[in-house]
Design a protein around this ligand. Sequence first.
Ligand code: ATP
Ligand code: MG
Ligand code: MG
Ligand code: MG
Length: 439
Amino acid sequence: MRLSRYFLPILRETPKEAEIVSHRLMLRAGMIRQEAAGIYAWLPLGLRVLNKVCDVIRAEQDRAGAVEILMPTIQAADLWRESGRYEAYGKEMLRLKDRHERELLYGPTAEEVVTEIFRASARSYKDLPKNLYQISWKFRDEVRPRFGTMRSREFLMKDGYSFDLDQAAARHSYNKVFVSYLRTFETLGLRAIPMRADTGPIGGDLSHEFIILAKTGESEVFCDRAYLDMPVPPPSVDFDDVAGLQGVVDSWTSHYAATDEMHDEAVFAEVPEASRLSARGIEVGHIFYFGTKYSTPMKAVVTGPDGQERPVHMGSYGIGPSRLVAATIEASHDEAGIIWPDAIAPFDVALINLKVGDAACDAACAEIQSGLETAGLSVLYDDRDERPGAKFATADLIGLPWQVIVGPKGLAEGKIELKRRASGERETLDPVDLPARIR
Ligand code: ATP
Ligand code: MG
Ligand code: MG
Ligand code: MG
C-alpha cells in the first residue's frame, strides 16, 4: 500500500479529551474517530489491527472446537422477558421500538438469542456438547464511556456460549475456553491473569476475569507474581484431554488472584510478601459457568441417555477485541508512539523513501515493496513528498514492527537501513537479504 493513496488522518496536536495514552495514540495515529459519545468509526489503520485481533481470537476458538455463527444485533424484548432479564438489565440496555410499536433492543450480550437458537434444534444428549460463538457489535449505554475504545458504548465482542448435558461436561467446556483464552492473549503478546470474579448480572457460580496489569486499568487487583512467568500451553494442547485441561486450569488458578470485589485480605496475607502484587488491571475477557439459569426458564432441554428430559448446562465467554486494541497500546508504546506486537501489527513494514522523485530511490523502493509482498509481508510505503523527519515520526507513531529506510547515499553503495521499532536497533544490509532477515 502506498501511503499517498491510503487514508491515514494523522493528528499533529495531542487531543485534549484523551486522558490515557492508548486513546491519545489511537486518535493521533488516525486509527479511530469519535462520532458520538462512546461511539467510534474505525479508520483503515485501526480496522486492520482490529481485524487481526479477531483473526487470532477466531483461530484459537476454532482450535478449541467452538463454531462461529452470527446473531442479530437487534433483539426482541420478549425473548429477554422469557429469561426475566428485560427489566433487570436496567439503563445500560438501549431499548428501541419499531414502526409497529414492537419493543426491541440493541444486544448488550446474547445469552437469550443463542439459547433460542439452540432449543429450536437440539433434542438429545447426542447433540452435545456445543460451543457457538460470534464476533459482533454490542451496545451498552455505559454511565461513563471513556478512554476511547477501552470503554465505549458501541464495542466489538467475541461472545461464545457452551451447551452440555451436566455440570461435569460443562466444566470441561469451561476449561476449553479458559485454555483457549490463555493462548489467545499469549499470541497477542499480552500477559493476562485469570482472576476469580463476581458473576454479576449473568449469574452463576464459576467465573474468571482475564486481567492485564496496567497503571490506567479501571479494576483494582491482587495477585501472586507467580502468574507473571507461568508457561502458557502450546498450540498442540489437546482440548479433548479432560484431565490434561483440568491440570492446566488447576495450575493457572493455584495462586492467589482476585479483583477487588472478590478480594480477601486475610488469604492474600498468606502469600509471601515478595510475591504479593497489588496493581491496577484491565478486564479483557470474562468467562462464566451458570448452569441452567437460562435453559430452565427458556426450556432449552434435551433427553439424556436415560430418556429423561433435562435443561442443558450453559456457560458464556466474552473477549473484547476493541478494548484489546487499546489495552495492547497501554502495554506497548514509548514517547514516540505505538509499538505493535508482530501478530497484530497493521502492516509488517514501513518502507521509507527518503528522496521521492530520485530515480534510484523510487526504483529500489518499488522493488523492495514487491519483494517483501511476494514473501508474504505487508508493506506501507511512505512515498509522500515529505521531509525525512516527518516520515520517521509517522513511522514511529504508527508503530509498525520494521522500518526499511531507503536513501540515495546508502543506495550508492547498494545498501539500505533496517530498523526494529521495538528495540530501536539498526543495521545496514543489501536489499535482497531483507525478506529473509525480517521473517
Ligand atoms: P467492565 O467491567 O469493564 O464494565 P463487563 O464486566 O461489563 O466489563 P462483560 O460483560 O464481562 O464486561 O463482557 C466481556 C468483555 O467485553 C469484557 O471483558 C471486555 O473485554 C469487553 N467489554 C465490556 N464492556 C465493554 C465496553 N464498554 N467497551 C469495550 N469493551 C467492553
Ligand atoms: Mg460493564
Ligand atoms: Mg467487569
Ligand atoms: Mg465482566
